[in-house]
Design a protein around this ligand. Structure first.
Ligand SMILES: *[C@@H]1O[C@H](CO)[C@@H](O)[C@H](O)[C@H]1NC(C)=O
Ligand SMILES: *[C@@H]1O[C@H](CO)[C@@H](O)[C@H](O)[C@H]1NC(C)=O
Ligand SMILES: *[C@@H]1O[C@H](CO)[C@@H](O)[C@H](O)[C@H]1NC(C)=O
Ligand SMILES: *[C@@H]1O[C@H](CO)[C@@H](O)[C@H](O)[C@H]1NC(C)=O
Length: 453
C-alpha cells in the first residue's frame, strides 16, 4: 500500500513539475504581450494609451472591426452566451469589442422588432406609427457625467418653447433594461403610472420605455403642428416640439455598485453605444464635464452629507486613490471603470472621462456629439446655451431670453459642495487625474480639458 502511494507521489511530482513550468512560461508570455508597456512613466495612463481605443473615426473603426472579424475564435458576433462574452471581453480588456447588428438584434430583439429603420420625416424625434398609434423615442440624450450639471442643462432646456417636459431620468437603457431590481426614488409616481398602462407592467421592457414618453409627452409632440411649405412650395405639416432623455447612467452605466455585482454575467457595458446607434444613428448626444477634482468633491458631499468635512473628504480621497491605483495597475482602465469595487469611494473612476467618451465617439463620431464644460457655462452662460440650441437645431432665442433662462435657479446644485477642500487633497486628486485629462485633451484636441493643471 505505502509502496504504491510513493510511486504515485513520484508521478504526481513529475506532473506537477511540468504543470508549474508550463504555467510559468505561459504566464510570462502573456505578461510580456499585455503588460510590458506598463513600464513607462505614468503607469495607468500608459496602460490606457496602449489600448486599441485610439479610434477617432468610423473608417478607422471599420478597419479594426474587420481585423477583429478575422480572428475566428474571439469574434463576439459568434458567441451567443452573455456570460462568455463578459469573460472574453474582460480578459481582452483593452481590445475593442465588435458588436455587429446581427448580434445586437439577438441581445435586444424586442427593440428591433418594434423600431423601424426609417422614422417619420415630419417629426424631429424619431417617431413611427404602429396600427395608427404614434410612438417616439428621444430626440436628444444628455448621457452624463453625474454631478456635472446635467440636471441644470435638462431643466434649462425645458424653458425653450420647442422642448417638452418629461421626467429627466428614466434610467432605462443602462439600468432598467437589464432588470436592475433596486428601488429608485426618482420619478417614483410617474414610474407607477406608466406601469399601469397596458403591456407596460415590466419596467425592464421596451414597452415600458416607449410608454414612459407616450404617457408624458408624445401627444404634445403630435399636437405641435406647424403648416410649412416644402422646397416645391407644397404645404405640409411639421411637428416642431421635441423631448429628450437625461439619464446620467447612459454614459457610465455605474450607479453605486460595481457593474458585475449588479448584473452578474450580464451584457458587456461597452455594448450600449453600439445598441443605441443601431436603433437611433441620428440621436443627439450631449455630455457635460467639469474638472474631475471638483466633480469628486461634489460627489463626496452629495453622498456623505452627514458628518462631512474637508478632513474626512481627504481620508476618502486617499482611500479612493489607493484603491483605484491598485486596480488600474492590475486590470487596466476599462475593467476598473466598469467592474471595480472602489465605486463607493466615491466613484473616483467617473472622473476618467476619456475612458467613457471614447466608446461613444467611436460609434457616433465626435463631430456628431456635443461636449460641454460646466466651467464654461458659469463663465459664458448665454453662449454656452446657444451652443446647445444650435447643436439641437432648435430655434434661436434672443440674448435677453437666453439670459433670463440661464439666470433661473441652478437645478440640483449641491450647496455643501462649495465647501473648501484641503490643498493636499486637491494635489492628490490632481495628480491622479492629470494623465487622464491629458489624454482627454489630446482626444478632444483642446487644452482646456487639462483644467489648468
Ligand atoms: C465581418 O464578417 C461578416 C461575415 O463574414 C461580414 O458580413 C461583415 O461585413 C464583416 N464586418 C466587417 C466590419 O468587415
Ligand atoms: C398591430 O396590429 C397587428 C395585427 O393586428 C398586431 O399583431 C400587433 O400586435 C399590433 N401592434 C401593436 C403595437 O398593438
Ligand atoms: C442667435 O441670435 C443671436 C442674437 O440675436 C445672434 O447673435 C446669433 O448669431 C444667432 N445665432 C444663430 C446660430 O443664428
Ligand atoms: C492652499 O493653497 C493656496 C493657494 O496655493 C494658498 O494661498 C493657501 O495658503 C494654502 N492653504 C494652506 C492651508 O496651506
Amino acid at each position: 500500500m505505502s509502496f504504491r502511494i510513493t510511486g504515485n507521489m513520484k508521478l504526481l511530482k513529475i506532473y506537477l513539475g511540468w504543470i508549474i513550468v508550463f504555467c510559468l512560461v505561459f504566464g510570462v508570455a502573456i505578461w510580456l504581450t499585455n503588460e510590458g508597456r506598463y513600464f513607462n512613466e505614468k503607469r495607468h495612463a500608459v496602460a490606457y494609451a496602449s489600448s486599441n481605443f485610439h479610434l477617432k473615426d468610423q473608417a478607422n473603426f471599420k478597419r479594426v472591426a474587420s481585423e477583429e472579424n478575422n480572428t475566428e475564435d474571439t469574434s463576439l458576433s459568434r458567441i451567443s452566451n452573455h456570460d462568455t462574452i463578459t469573460r472574453v471581453i474582460t480578459k481582452q480588456s483593452q481590445r475593442l469589442p465588435l458588436f455587429t447588428k446581427e448580434y445586437l438584434e439577438t441581445v435586444a430583439p424586442e427593440i428591433f422588432n418594434r423600431v423601424p429603420e426609417h422614422f417619420l420625416p415630419e417629426y424631429r424625434n424619431p417617431c413611427w406609427l404602429e396600427n395608427g398609434t404614434l410612438w417616439c423615442l428621444p430626440y436628444f440624450y444628455i448621457i452624463g457625467f453625474h454631478k456635472c450639471g446635467t440636471t441644470d442643462l435638462f431643466d434649462k432646456l425645458l424653458f425653450h418653447p420647442s422642448v417638452l417636459k418629461v421626467g429627466k431620468e428614466p434610467h432605462w437603457w443602462a439600468i432598467r433594461r437589464l432588470g436592475l431590481k433596486k428601488h429608485f426614488s426618482l420619478h417614483a409616481d410617474i414610474i407607477k403610472e406608466v406601469q399601469a398602462l397596458p403591456g407596460a407592467q415590466d419596467v425592464s421592457s421596451f414597452a415600458w420605455y416607449l410608454n414612459w414618453f407616450k404617457y408624458q409627452t408624445v401627444a404634445h409632440v403630435q399636437g405641435s403642428s406647424l403648416s410649412i411649405k416644402d422646397s416645391n412650395g407644397t404645404p405640409k405639416t411639421f411637428h416642431s416640439k421635441v423631448f429628450g432623455d437625461g439619464s446620467v447612467s447612459t454614459l457610465t452605466r455605474v450607479i453605486f455598485e460595481p457593474w458585475d455585482k449588479v448584473f452578474p454575467g450580464g451584457e458587456d457595458p461597452d455594448l450600449l453605444p453600439y445598441l443605441m446607434h443601431a436603433i437611433q444613428p441620428q440621436a443627439k448626444i450631449i455630455i457635460t464635464l467639469r474638472d474631475p477634482v471638483s466633480r469628486f468633491k461634489s460627489m463626496y458631499y452629495r453622498k456623505f452629507a452627514h458628518g462631512s468635512s474637508p478632513t474626512s473628504l481627504h481620508q476618502y480621497a486617499v482611500l479612493a486613490v489607493r484603491c483605484a491605483t491598485k486596480c488600474l495597475k492590475e486590470s487596466g482602465v476599462r475593467h476598473c471603470a466598469y467592474f471595480s469595487h472602489c465605486q463607493n469611494l466615491p466613484q473616483i473612476y467617473l472622473g476618467i472621462y476619456v475612458a467613457f467618451i471614447k466608446h461613444w465617439a467611436t460609434v457616433y463620431g465626435l463631430e456628431n456629439m456635443l461636449i460641454l464644460r460646466m466651467e464654461d457655462k458659469l463663465k459664458h452662460p448665454v453662449s454656452e446655451f446657444r451652443k446647445v440650441l444650435n447643436y439641437l437645431e432648435l430655434e434661436n432665442l434672443s440674448d435677453a431670453e437666453c439670459e433670463r433662462i440661464m439666470n433661473t435657479k441652478v437645478f440640483n446644485q449641491n450647496k455643501a459642495g462649495h465647501q473648501e477642500m484641503l490643498n493636499e487633497t486637491k494635489a492628490l486628486l490632481r495628480e491622479f487625474y492629470k494623465p487622464f485629462n491629458k489624454q482627454l485633451a489630446t482626444f478632444l484636441n483642446d487644452e482646456m480639458y487639462l483644467f489648468g493643471y
